[in-house]
Design a binder for this molecule. Structure first.
Ligand code: COA
Length: 211
């Protein structure tokens, strides 16, 4: 699903390591991480972590944004495309992508995740390990569907959303741009107003407490 020559992974946080694992299981042989905070000679197994883009290989490699943060991935995608790099699309061999589903550039589909038929997952998204995005869902750019979250059929999740670990969005729900749904929450109504929602059923947090 990506260049066989090699993959440049932007960042070296937790998500970058999950990206590396999927890349290796997909048969990619060469990896480089780029992270300004890299320590001298830092590696991930045999693969170097470079502090700057200048030392990265070029021809034939593609790039994967690996910030865990949606705005971070948006900036990484912009940066790479402005310099003419091809964005990879990385889909674990253990994931399933249904008939007619589309997955955008710079998007990561983790191990054992499922994207249902006719669903559309945008640019720079994460559908993380074990997450489900069911049939005919629309997932906006730079949104993260966290590990083991379940988005039931025909939901519309906006751009730059964060759908927390193990949370559920029941069928047909709309979640507006930029909204965070906390770990373990259940959205059973549309989430329109900007903010963080937690609990079952999901309620908006005000200050530091859910209301
Ligand atoms: C919802 C969330 C974003 C809030 O983070 P935060 O603003 O730092 O909130 P705090 O940890 O300060 O907690 C504030 C209050 O909300 C409660 N709370 C936090 N997260 C909650 C959750 N997921 N469900 C229910 N209540 C929650 C806390 O118990 C606390 O309540 P209190 O004030 O009565 O003690 C975060 O807790 C969360 O769920 N993140 C999801 C992380 C995730 O899924 N990661 C997966 C990566 S793959």
């Amino acid at each position: 699903m990506t260049s066989p020559s090699g993959l440049l992974i932007l960042g070296f946080g937790g998500h970058a390591r999950a990206v590396a694992d999927v890349a290796l299981m997909s048969g990619i042989k060469e990896l480089r991480f780029i992270d300004v905070n890299a320590r001298p000679n830092e590696t991930f197994g045999p693969f170097p972590v470079l502090p700057s883009w200048d030392e990265a290989p070029s021809a034939g490699w593609s790039v994967m944004p690996a910030s865990g943060d949606g705005l971070g991935r948006e900036a990484q995608c912009d940066w790479a495309t402005k310099r003419g790099w091809a964005l990879a699309t990385l889909i674990s061999p253990t994931a399933t992508v249904g008939f007619g589903a589309t997955v955008g550039p710079g998007t990561f589909i983790g191990h054992h995740a499922h994207v249902g038929p006719m669903a559309s997952v945008g640019t720079g998204c994460i559908v993380n390990t074990g997450a489900i995005v069911e049939h005919e869902c629309l997932i906006g750019d730079f949104t993260h569907i966290s590990i083991n979250a379940a988005v039931a059929g025909r939901c519309h999740i906006g751009r730059l959303c964060f759908i927390g670990a193990g949370s559920t969005v029941i069928d047909g729900i709309r979640v507006n741009d930029g909204i965070t749904l906390g770990g373990g929450a259940c959205a059973h109504r549309d989430l329109d107003e900007a903010g963080i929602y937690v609990g079952v059923p999901a309620r908006k947090m005000t200050g530091k407490s859910p209301v």
